[in-house]
Design a protein around this ligand. Structure first.
Ligand code: NAD
Length: 289
């Protein structure tokens, strides 16, 4: 069994506890058992699980893994603390707010001989699986992905990092990208921000990625992908999935802990995550010029 602690009890942290208390029957997640949670607030108990201090979580021998579910800007520090203590780590995306920090954390995980896993539930949704199937094998001519959503909460960082899920979609569909330009529009008095990044595929096809956030903006993704033979403007709704997104991610993390994921797959995932963080870094640099 792998004892686990959940750090940060927001929406994601709450779901992590729920899923470990009721893992999918017969799945690798049954090997995870939640031993406590860490929070900056003094909370009594959460779903019957007790609060413990970070110091206790790091030093207890029956705790082998940590779920980092705090706001984005504190991920790096929390991940490092638990890796240093030789605990496996599952961190909600984005892992860090810079490419370099992610490289360092991955090196640290390797040195300590533990698993470092970054959650990417956006790749597990039925809609994305359907969209990926739809674009598979088609030659992109030009594409746009425009995300809108409510104002970003404090501590969630620059838009290219908080929106890394959208960038990950683009990379999963169209392969490695390069950044050619990026800009920001901001109206801080009204909590409004818009980032526009111009990207290129390996065969020099332009892809535009827009993240737009402000009070009252609906949470939505607008796509416009032109292929040699067709155009895709709607995300095709996928069939309802029997297993929830965070549970699917838990299965993947648990499978990694039990050595059930091939080194090739681990390498592919690490390369994609680092590639996306490198792009986010570059977008931030260009936007802030
Ligand atoms: P959240 O705002 O619910 O929680 C974020 C942090 O705020 C947590 O540390 C939590 O302990 C703290 N917090 C929440 N409510 C609080 C309160 N009333 N008083 C004081 N502190 C409070 O955010 P979240 O949605 O859980 O996101 C956490 C991480 O998970 C982020 O990195 C996010 O990118 C990632 N993530 C979330 C989702 C999701 O569906 N919620 C999906 C993918 C990734």
């Amino acid at each position: 069994m792998f004892g686990a602690v959940v750090v940060g009890i927001g929406t994601a942290g709450w779901v992590r506890i729920r899923d470990m208390l009721a893992p999918l029957a017969g799945s690798p997640a049954e090997k995870l058992t939640v031993k406590g949670f860490v929070s900056r607030r003094a909370l009594d108990s959460e779903q019957g699980v007790s609060q413990i201090s970070e110091e206790e979580a790091v030093s207890r021998e029956d705790i082998h893994a940590a779920f980092i579910c705090t706001e984005n800007v504190s991920h790096e520090d929390k991940v490092r603390t638990f890796l240093q203590a030789k605990k496996h780590v599952c961190v909600e995306y984005p892992m860090t707010m810079s490419y370099q920090a992610a490289v360092e954390l991955w090196d640290l995980a390797q040195e300590k001989g533990v698993i470092l896993h970054e959650e990417h539930i956006e790749l597990l949704s039925a809609d994305f699986k359907e969209l990926k199937r739809e674009v598979e094998g088609k030659t992109l001519q030009e594409g746009t992905l425009h995300f809108t959503g409510g104002a970003l909460k404090p501590g969630f960082g620059f838009l290219a990092f908080s929106g890394i899920a959208r960038l990950t979609w683009l990379v999963e569909m169209f392969g490695e990208l390069t950044v050619t330009a990026a800009s920001m529009e901001e109206d801080s008095a009204n909590n409004y921000s818009k980032m526009t990044a111009q990207l290129l595929t390996a065969d020099s096809r332009p892809v535009t990625w827009i993240e737009e956030r402000g009070p009252g903006l609906p949470r939505a993704k607008h796509i416009n992908f032109h292929f040699a033979c067709s155009t895709v403007t709607e995300i095709p709704p996928g069939p309802r999935q029997a297993v929830g997104l965070f549970m699917q991610d838990l299965l993947l993390f648990a499978a990694k802990l039990q050595g059930q994921v091939s080194p090739d797959e681990l390498h592919r995932e690490r390369s994609r995550i680092l590639h996306c963080l490198k792009l986010a870094d570059r977008i931030q640099q260009l936007s802030q010029r």
